[in-house]
Design a protein around this ligand. Structure first.
Ligand code: ZN
Ligand code: ZN
Length: 307
């Protein structure tokens, strides 16, 4: 764009359109072809389609088919737009310029020719199925190669799979917006996955070996003795593959120690024996008993009686 109304001739309407649509840089601008190149090729429009994937499809990649409505070449006229497949002729209304002028006060405005749609050409005997456009909408099936590691919001670009161009213009592109359904077990955080693994009290105390799910099957995991209720183990490189990279995220295993609510007689006896032994070990100068002593002393100093 440019110029401005103060300059000679003022701003041309196509400049305004170009500015409004972000410049005629081949972005599927429907007004491309006006002005300097009235009968020039017009690039096909871009098409956008959504694709819902399961968690595992997104993690490992897949090749699903999507159906999309795009402009395709009209088979009746072979894309010429003419019923007898004749070449277009120069538009009689605008003389081929694609523009007609209109007097408006002091200004002469150039506006796109309505007779030829700004192309500067007209078709004497338009093809009926496509109305002379040379293209028509068709439902197509396109196979999409989804790389491993995609996540919700990723936009895949399929070059030249959009609308067919007009008058020999290049086709537009197809964009596939990914939506990933969450998994009931694996919780995803970027390229990392988190899982929660329940441990019995004895497994946490004595240590154990558990078989857990991973993204590539199952794995045996050593649980160290003395594992705490909220401890986490990191399985490095066992997460999701990062897009456009060979690197993988990690799998975080969050242990959840379960405390039994009911005990057999033998378990109760064993636990009681454990508790008696535990008292002897832990009652000597622990952090809690130290704290209680400290509070009692402080209360005494303040002249208050401890409960
Ligand atoms: Zn046709
Ligand atoms: Zn015309």
């Amino acid at each position: 764009g440019g110029g401005g109304f103060g300059g000679a001739g003022g701003m041309r309407p196509e400049d305004i359109l170009r500015d409004f649509f972000g410049g005629g840089s081949g972005g599927g601008n429907p007004f491309e072809g006006f002005g300097g190149r009235p009968s020039g090729p017009q690039r096909g429009g871009d098409v956008q389609v959504g694709l819902a994937l399961s968690f595992m499809e997104a993690v490992h990649g897949c090749a699903p088919e999507v159906t999309v409505n795009t402009d395709v070449e009209c088979g009746t006229c072979d894309g010429t737009g003419s019923a007898d497949k004749a070449a277009p002729v120069t538009c009689g209304t605008c003389g081929g310029s694609g523009q007609v002028t209109r007097q408006q006060g002091f200004f002469t405005m150039a506006i796109p020719c309505a007779a030829c749609g700004g192309t500067g050409q007209s078709i004497a005997n338009p093809c009926r199925p496509c109305g002379g456009a040379g293209v028509r909408k068709e439902r197509r099936t396109v196979q999409v190669t989804v790389p491993a590691g995609v996540d919700t919001g990723v936009n895949l670009r399929l070059p030249n799979q959009g609308d067919k161009g007009r008058r020999g213009g290049p086709p537009g592109h197809m964009y596939v917006t990914i939506q990933v359904r969450p998994d009931p077990f694996f919780r995803r955080d970027g390229a990392d996955v988190h899982i929660e693994v329940p441990l019995r009290l004895s497994q946490a105390v004595l240590g154990s070996s558990v078989v857990i799910p991973t993204l590539s099957g199952e794995a045996e995991l050593k649980v160290p003795p003395g594992t705490q209720p909220a401890d986490t183990l990191v399985m490095r490189g066992k997460g999701i593959r990062r897009l456009n990279s060979a690197a993988h995220g990690h799998q975080y295993v969050h242990f959840k120690v379960t405390v039994p609510k009911t005990l057999t007689e033998a378990q109760r006896a064993a636990m009681t024996a454990f508790a008696e032994d535990e008292e002897e070990v832990t009652d000597k100068g622990g952090f809690i008993s130290d704290t209680m002593e400290r509070i009692k002393k402080a209360l005494k100093k303040l002249g208050k009686k401890a409960a």
